[in-house]
Design a protein around this ligand. Structure first.
Ligand SMILES: [Zn+2]
Length: 139
């Protein structure tokens, strides 16, 4: 029995693959290492994926908010903490710990910040399933 060969077999990675991005069309390398980490073949290049992280609306819970200071933090559903400033609250004016929010993350010189914040509410008592959008958009 050779423990060394066993170790090597677990480190053996699939060969790198070249994929093309469904978003911007560029070709990018999907490394063997990434293939081992990921469950699904990525549709987009790393650039588009990063961009999507910033443009997609995310959900999170208010970790804390200090009204007198005018800022706080939201714990996003992926576990990251996002800074939130009073400026971004709009009509909400203030936040309370434990509130569930939908927001987008915008990169700023001082780090990512939550913007376009909406309150989703607490765990909904009425489970109102949103209907599939078959109706034409209102203009
Ligand atoms: Zn792309």
């Amino acid at each position: 029995m050779n423990a060394g060969s066993e170790l090597i077999s677990t480190l053996r990675l699939p060969p790198d693959r070249t994929l093309s991005c469904s978003q911007c069309g560029i070709r990018f390398v999907w490394t063997g290492w990434e293939q081992q980490q990921a469950a699904n073949t990525p549709e987009c290049c790393p650039g588009c994926r990063a961009l999507r992280l910033f443009t997609q609306r995310r959900r999170g819970v208010v970790k804390w908010y200090a009204p007198q200071k005018g800022y706080g933090f939201i714990t996003a559903s992926d576990g990251s903490e996002v800074f939130v400033h009073r400026r971004a609250l709009g009509r909400l004016r203030s936040l309370r710990r434990g509130q569930v929010l939908a927001f987008r993350v915008e990169p700023t010189p001082s780090g990512p910040q939550a913007v376009d914040i909406r309150r989703i509410g607490r765990h909904s008592q009425r489970r109102r399933q949103s209907q599939p959008s078959t109706s034409p958009p209102k203009s």
